[in-house]
Ligand binder design. Sequence first.
Ligand code: BGC
Length: 251
Amino acid sequence: MKQKGILGVDIGGSGVKAAIVDTKKGILLTERHRIATPSPATPEAVAKVMKEMAEHFSWKGPIGIGFPSVVQNGVVQTAANIDKKWIGVNAEQIFAESTGCNVHVLNDADAAGVAEIRFGAVRKHKGLVLLITVGSGIGVVLFARKRLVANLELGHIIMPNGIEAEAYASDKVRKDNDLSWEDWAKRFNEYLCYMESLIWPDVIVLGGGVSKKMDQFSKYFTCRTPIVAASFLNEAGLVGAAIAARRKFEE
Ligand code: BGC
């Protein structure tokens, strides 16, 4: 029997989160289930977590997975916040083997962008939309006329101060260094202004866990581009991964 919805998964540095998603409406059909990301997060260990996840939902249908790396045709190409053993691994293949399901894997920030551009506040925006997700890493997504430019790794750009953006202004850096919202926001603002001067987007969408707290720190942002909080807050990744899987397997 065909199952309703698509299982959407977001693999992050600290947790693997999943829910069954109604991809036509952009809503969760189940509670979100979270399993701690194994340490070390090797391909075998994460594949085991995915098996457990599919079993939790008694899932046999398609699965969409957002993964925190460059992913080209299912193959992981980088590993900034995940075990280095992932580089060169066909993630779609090993997750398909461990779950017995059809699996589509894409970059986690790209997945979040897919949800925001389809159902979020920027869904009607046809200009240049820049989405920045802030968590353990910094993920950057660009939509031009609603078309995704995939695997843009601008979280690793070297800032004018000589420091990699992700090492200067990620949410992990805020937590590890006990930065106040003000101190972190001032750093992040430098990054936003730098991105603005290079890309000139029409709007910037801020995603990831920090977007929930935007009212506390948006006053420190000085760039001219309007900045809006992601509509899905931190569920965007799994919703967008499910939408991407539907497009691949069901359309
Ligand atoms: C990775 C990106 C990812 C981002 C958010 C970065 O460190 O290089 O691929 O999208 O973190 O998880």
